[in-house]
Structures are given as structure tokens and as C-alpha cells.
Design a protein. Structure first.
Length: 167
């Protein structure tokens, strides 16, 4: 079996994470973020690390409300695809979500088959009531705006599927 391990990200990983996701951002698969935003979110990230210490994957958990969080920036280096790295990263993210008391995990993705295999289902309905929607719309976070499907970010989300997993 190919060995790799998953651990919480450190600030030393942040530039590597940005480099890892850059091609996916250029292809409009993932939302681009400034380096400062990655640093501010470092505690949300887990990274997968090859035996030689190289970061080969990442994924993040962004809490949005008391029961609700989003899986973000899940990405695996091209030469490591299909070796279970994404699966183990998502397992860790789900474990973190459980530990935080969350009950619902959202994602916005083109990788519907991968997320389906991990228990996510496409959703069309509103996932929050109007009062929570109003609160979330105060967030400056672009990902939250995408979750709310605000018109200003709709071009970013074209072709993506909204998916949800109940934990
Ligand atoms: C919420 C968001 O962040 S949305 C964005 C999601 N990310 C992206 O779209 C970025 C581009 N995509 C990627 O980086 C990757 O494709 C990911 C993250 C979606 C999946 O990462 P991977 O490491 O390839 O996933 P993983 O290997 O666990 O599973 C993929 C396939 O490999 C298979 N697999 C799992 N373990 C192994 C293994 N040890 N050996 C061989 N194959 C394996 C799985 O069964 C699965 O098979 P299938 O897709 O052919 O049915």
C-alpha cells in the first residue's frame, strides 16, 4: 500500500497549499484565495504528506453555523490521484466535524461521484431558514456567498453541484 499520512496544517504548509491548488483555481475548479486568506484559515486545514515530507493533498473544514460546515479546498496532487488520499483527507475532515458537534456537511463540487461515494447527496432546497440566511449574508467570506448562491458569485459556481451529508 502507498503510504502517506494526514496531519493538521501548519503555517509552513500554506505556500505549498496555494501552489497545490493554483492549477485548479486557474481551471475554475476551486475558489482562488489570497495568501493572507490561507494563513487566516490555517487551523481549518489538514494536509496529506508523502513519506519524503512533501505535501500531496489538502482539505479544509469551514464552520458556517452551529450545525453546518463546508468541506473546502479538497485537492490531491495529480501524481497521487486515485490512491486514497482524498478519501483519507475527507475522513479526517468528517472526524473534525463530529468533534465540533456539527451535523451537516456541505460541499460545492464538480467531483459528484467522489462525494456521492462518501455519503453526500445533491441538494436543491434552501439549507438554512431566512433568519440564518440573513446572518450568513453578513459574512465577508466568498465561500459563504457561494453557499448562499448570491447573484454576485453565481459566475463562480456555474456547473458545480451543491451536495450535503448528514453526519
Ligand atoms: C468541496 C471541495 O473542495 S470541492 C473540490 C473537490 N476537489 C476538486 O475538484 C479538485 C480536483 N480533484 C481532486 O483533487 C481529487 O480528484 C479528489 C480530491 C476529488 C479525490 O482525490 P483522490 O485522492 O484521487 O481520491 P481517492 O483516491 O480517495 O478516490 C478516488 C478513486 O480512487 C480509488 N481509490 C481509493 N483508494 C485507492 C487506492 N489505495 N488505490 C487505488 N485507488 C484507490 C477510489 O475508489 C476512487 O475510485 P473511482 O473514483 O475510480 O471510483
Amino acid at each position: 500500500m502507498t503510504s502517506f499520512r494526514v496531519r493538521p496544517a501548519t503555517t509552513a504548509d500554506v505556500q505549498t497549499i496555494q501552489i497545490l491548488v493554483e492549477p485548479l483555481v486557474n481551471d475554475r475548479i476551486l475558489l482562488g484565495k489570497d495568501l493572507v486568506v490561507f494563513y487566516e484559515a490555517v487551523q481549518e486545514f489538514r494536509v496529506a504528506v508523502a513519506p519524503d515530507g512533501r505535501v500531496i493533498g489538502c482539505g479544509a473544514l469551514h464552520v458556517m453555523w452551529h450545525d453546518l460546515a463546508e468541506v473546502r479546498t479538497l485537492a490531491v496532487a495529480s501524481e497521487w490521484l486515485g490512491k486514497g488520499v482524498g478519501h483519507v483527507l475527507l475522513e479526517h475532515i468528517e472526524r473534525d466535524a463530529h468533534a465540533l458537534g456539527l451535523q451537516r456537511l456541505f460541499c460545492l463540487t464538480f467531483e459528484t461521484a467522489f462525494f456521492r461515494r462518501h455519503g453526500f447527496e445533491p441538494v436543491n432546497e434552501e439549507l438554512v431558514d431566512p433568519a440564518v440566511f440573513a446572518q450568513l449574508s453578513l459574512s465577508p467570506d466568498e465561500g459563504v456567498a457561494e453557499f448562499l448562491n448570491l447573484s454576485r458569485v453565481k459566475p463562480n459556481t456555474l456547473g458545480n453541484t451543491r451536495m450535503l451529508k448528514r453526519l
